[in-house]
Every structure is written in structure tokens, then in C-alpha cells.
Design a protein around this ligand. Structure first.
Ligand SMILES: [Zn+2]
Length: 344
């Protein structure tokens, strides 16, 4: 029988200190060459084990083999210079040193397919793989070639589709696209963002998800959130477009966010990964708090469509905190499952 309320993370988990120091973004690798390759695989195994021990139902790779959720993908493409980086403002919020597009974008080799095959061999559970979305990729680099965000997004959608098809063939059950840029550039989402996303999932038979959020719990994001007012209605602008799309699952930040739950009405019928774990605090949620968030979401999401999850990636957290938060997520989902078992 299919698990009711299957739990998952959004994707990233902290890395072991011997591989790359946790609690920071773009954390540098501590190993090189063959040892790095082996170290990444070992970290992937640990990440799998930790998710299983915490009772997580849908397993991710914990993004143990990538330095960053966007730039690592971009650096595997041809047409990109990642040695001579440039500094750009990401999501209109913070400066980051990013790769530069210098020529036509092509995917000459796979990016994560070997990692996915490796993970597939280790577990029979459902596995989910995250890729960056086209719009967020465009927003996380410097373009010196196409000189058009839309044009570049279409190019990325094409290579993302190639990678997604290969991941599907490697046995990945759910492919998730991370699009935090979707709640910043609404007009672009409606003009071309969603269309390029559709191009990225074209021809896939596996399930597809889109993760939109208010970002990792880093200072620039936390400061930005303070400017958004008492109700975060950003999703309202883009949900109608998502509702009509072929995306199966929508991942949303819910716990400790000011997103009005009734906005989920706008994506009625879609599966929803409900973020019930705040990744911007070290405070561990109680199972009851998780259950309360899920209960609120159940007013707008049918129970078979509700996937309890984290608000965003956990890469910037310490390993202990991430571990305890995952256990709380599972325990919270279990509370609801038990309540339902009593009811019926
Ligand atoms: Zn996120």
C-alpha cells in the first residue's frame, strides 16, 4: 500500500565536516581527485542512512555531491566559464560569485546521472532528485553571450530536459525543479518562466515537482522576508499558471512563514509538499507543531496529495539540528496518520 503522508526533504542536507564544512553555502571541498569522488559517495550513503533512520519516506541524495544547487549544474555545461567568475546580485538580494556564460550552452556529459544510479542501487524506496529550474539558473550566473534572460532560460530548459530524462532512466521516481526565483520575478514567470519549466519536463513519465520558497535561512533572505509585510501573497501571482501546468507536485514553505494557507486553494488538485519544518532556525519543531501545520494544510489539500516536507534545503544547518528536524517531521506525520486510523 502507498504510504499516506510520505515525508521528504526539499533536497539538501548538511555535509560531513571531512567533506566540506557544513553551515555555509558554497562550502569548499576538503578532498581532491579520486578521494573526493569516494568521499562524495560515502557522504551520499551517510545521508541515505540518516534519512532512513529519521523515517523519511522519499529519499533524496542530500545534495552531497554538489557544492551548490545551481552553480554545480551550470559548471557541468559547455559554454560556461566557471574559473573567471563574476559577482552578481541574486534574487535582487545578495551578491554571489557566479559562473559566466561565454558561448552556446550544451550538455556534453551528464551531470548527476552516475550519482543517481549509485543512490538507486542502495535503496528500494522512492527517490527524488532536485535540479535547478531554468529561471533560477538564469538568475544565478552572469550572461555574456545570449544577452536575454528568456533566451538563456529556453537553452537551460533544453539541457535540463536531457538531464531529467537520463535521471528518469537511471530510476529516479520524482524529479524536482528548484525555482526560488518564481516568487520574485512574477511577470517573467507568467511571460516565459512557466513555459520554460514545461519545456524542462517535456516527455517525462516520472513525477515532477517544483519547489518555490523564500530561500535558505541566510541573513539576506531573513532580512528580505521582514520587508514582505504581514501576509506573503507572492504565490497568488503565479499559482494560476502552475495550476494549469503539467507539474505534478508543488513544494511550499508553510511553517513559520506568513503564506496564507488558503492560497493553496489556487492549486487545488496538485500534490503539495507542505513545508512543516523551518530551515531558518535551530529550534527543533515538536511533532505536535508539525502535525498542526499539516492539519491546516489539509483544509486545502486532499490527504492523498499531501507530502510533508521541509521549507527549503537544510545545507546551511548543523548535522544534529537537521537530523532532529527530520525526526520531528516523521513524528508529526505519524500523529496525523494515527488520528486518521482512529477515525476510520
Ligand atoms: Zn528553497
Amino acid at each position: 500500500m502507498k504510504t499516506l503522508l510520505p515525508t521528504s526533504t526539499v533536497g539538501s542536507l548538511p555535509k560531513p565536516d571531512w567533506l566540506a564544512p557544513p553551515e555555509k553555502l558554497w562550502s569548499p571541498w576538503k578532498l581532491e581527485g579520486e578521494r573526493l569522488l569516494e568521499g562524495k559517495q560515502d557522504a551520499l550513503l551517510i545521508s541515505l542512512q540518516e534519512q532512513q533512520l529519521a523515517g523519511v519516506d522519499i529519499i533524496s541524495d542530500g545534495e552531497q555531491t554538489r557544492q551548490h544547487f545551481v552553480t554545480t549544474f551550470i559548471e557541468h555545461l559547455s559554454g560556461v566559464d566557471f574559473k573567471n567568475r563574476k559577482t552578481v546580485k541574486i534574487r535582487d538580494r545578495y551578491d554571489a560569485s557566479v559562473p559566466v556564460v561565454v558561448d552556446e550552452i550544451t550538455r556534453k556529459k551528464s551531470v548527476f546521472v552516475d550519482d543517481a544510479k549509485f543512490l538507486r542501487k542502495q535503496t528500494d524506496k522512492t527517490i527524488k532528485w532536485a535540479l535547478p529550474g531554468p529561471m533560477t539558473m538564469v538568475d544565478t550566473l552572469y550572461d555574456n553571450h545570449y544577452k536575454s534572460r528568456e533566451k538563456l532560460a529556453w537553452e537551460f530548459a533544453k539541457v535540463l530536459n536531457e538531464e531529467a530524462r537520463a535521471l528518469q532512466d537511471a530510476g529516479v521516481d520524482i524529479i524536482q525543479f528548484d525555482e526560488p526565483a518564481f516568487n520574485v520575478f512574477f511577470e517573467d514567470v507568467n511571460d516565459w518562466g512557466m513555459a520554460t519549466m514545461e519545456r524542462a519536463i517535456e516527455g517525462l513519465n516520472c513525477e515532477t515537482a517544483i519547489h518555490i520558497c523564500y530561500g535558505y535561512g541566510i541573513k539576506a533572505n531573513n532580512d528580505w522576508k521582514k520587508t514582505l509585510g504581514s501576509e506573503w501573497r507572492q504565490y497568488e501571482e503565479i499559482f494560476p499558471k502552475i495550476q494549469k501546468s503539467n507539474i505534478d507536485i508543488v513544494s511550499l514553505e508553510c511553517h513559520n512563514s506568513r503564506v496564507p494557507f488558503d492560497l493553496m486553494e489556487l492549486i487545488r488538485g496538485k500534490k503539495v509538499m507542505v513545508g512543516a519544518i523551518d530551515v531558518a532556525t535551530n529550534t527543533i519543531e515538536t511533532p505536535e507543531e508539525v502535525a498542526a501545520t499539516l492539519q491546516k494544510a489539509l483544509k486545502f489539500v486532499a490527504i492523498e496529495n499531501l507530502y510533508p516536507s521541509t521549507n527549503c534545503g537544510m545545507a546551511p544547518l548543523s548535522r544534529n539540528v537537521a537530523r532532529d528536524k527530520l525526526s520531528a517531521l516523521s513524528a508529526g506525520a505519524e500523529i496525523i496518520r494515527k488520528e486518521l486510523a482512529v477515525k476510520y
